[in-house]
Design a protein. Structure first.
Length: 318
């Protein structure tokens, strides 16, 4: 493949029109409307010509292999982790097949770098979801998780929303998390320095043409040490307020992978525009789809593009 000079916009005309139906921003107590119909602030991808550059499937897989190589825990700077993936020495998997029985398999430790074969017909219908939870090391050295049973409940609810009717028992879910932590203890940040981010994911790996679940499901459990999500740490941030919903009500409460992709382009477009106007905006806050006919400040909030939202009221109701 030859790469030549080209320009590709992150947001196409239709998406810009969609976004332009209503995106607002709160900054310093004021509310201002942002018009992105002219593509203002939307930075194009720049493909720089460097002679003739050959890209192959093998070269891309080689790049991915390099990025997934185990990081030496002794080299980690736990004071400056950021919110990035640092590959550990292993992950954990469990599997289910309707043709082989009614139980999920015993969780199994898998060395990092292990190759898995998926059919090129797999994953076409978005049967893919996840959970994310953080573990914090205590002063005495133990690792504390906050309500992993609730994560397991939502994990199963998300699977059920895409046709996977066989729930993962909580004891299997918890055993997988314990195995994951036990085999990657050196990557857990010490007390007071970040957290261990644990990601549980399910996916239908089988090739299928009909729009349905194949009857096979893989669940993986992985860990990475992380710091604060936002670069400025635990400080208040400016955010954009979108008049458009983040996800439809029927699926918005589930952690499906497909719920996140569409929010990326909206978030990046708004942040680019507002940052060019001198506003240090770092996230986008969405409102409920049922409230789209109400004034924007009277709508119920749902969540940020990157996280949930919790609101604390004072005793006087403010």
């Amino acid at each position: 493949m030859r790469v030549t000079s080209a320009t590709m916009y992150k947001v196409n005309k239709n998406m810009v029109s969609f976004i332009n139906k209503g995106i607002k921003a709160i900054s310093a107590g004021s509310l201002s409307r942002v018009d992105v119909s002219s593509r203002e602030g939307i930075q194009p991808f720049q493909v720089v010509r460097r002679g003739i550059q050959t890209v192959t499937v093998d070269s891309v897989f080689s790049e991915l292999d390099q990025k997934s190589k185990q990081v030496d825990p002794q080299t980690l700077d736990f004071d400056n982790l950021g919110f990035n993936v640092h590959s550990t020495n292993s992950y954990v998997m469990s599997a289910f097949s309707r043709s082989q029985g009614v139980d999920w398999s015993v969780p199994q430790v898998i060395p990092s770098g292990t190759k898995h074969t998926f059919s090129p017909f797999a994953g076409h219908y978005g049967i893919d979801g996840f959970e994310g939870l953080k573990g914090y090391k205590g002063e005495e050295g133990g690792l504390y998780l906050f309500r992993p049973d609730k994560n397991c409940e939502r994990f199963n609810r998300t699977m059920a929303s895409v046709g996977i009717e066989h729930a993962m028992p909580y004891d299997v879910f918890l055993k997988a998390l314990r195995l994951l932590v036990k085999n990657n203890e050196d990557y857990v940040p010490p007390f007071g320095k970040g957290a261990a981010y644990l990601r549980a994911r399910f996916v239908d790996p089988a090739g299928i043409l009909g729009v349905k679940w194949s009857g096979v499901c893989l669940a993986s459990f992985s860990l990475t040490p992380v710091g604060n999500y936002y670069p400025n740490g635990l400080k208040p941030i400016h955010c954009g307020l979108s008049e458009q919903p983040r996800a439809l009500p029927i699926i918005g409460s589930n952690k499906l992978a497909g719920n996140y992709g569409p929010s990326i382009v909206m978030k990046s477009a708004v942040i680019n525009v507002l940052n060019e106007k001198g506003l240090d905006v770092q996230d986008l806050l969405f409102t409920r789809v049922e409230d789209q006919n109400k004034p924007v400040l009277e709508r119920r909030l749902t969540e940020f593009a990157s996280a949930n939202i919790s609101i604390i009221y004072e005793e006087n109701g403010t």
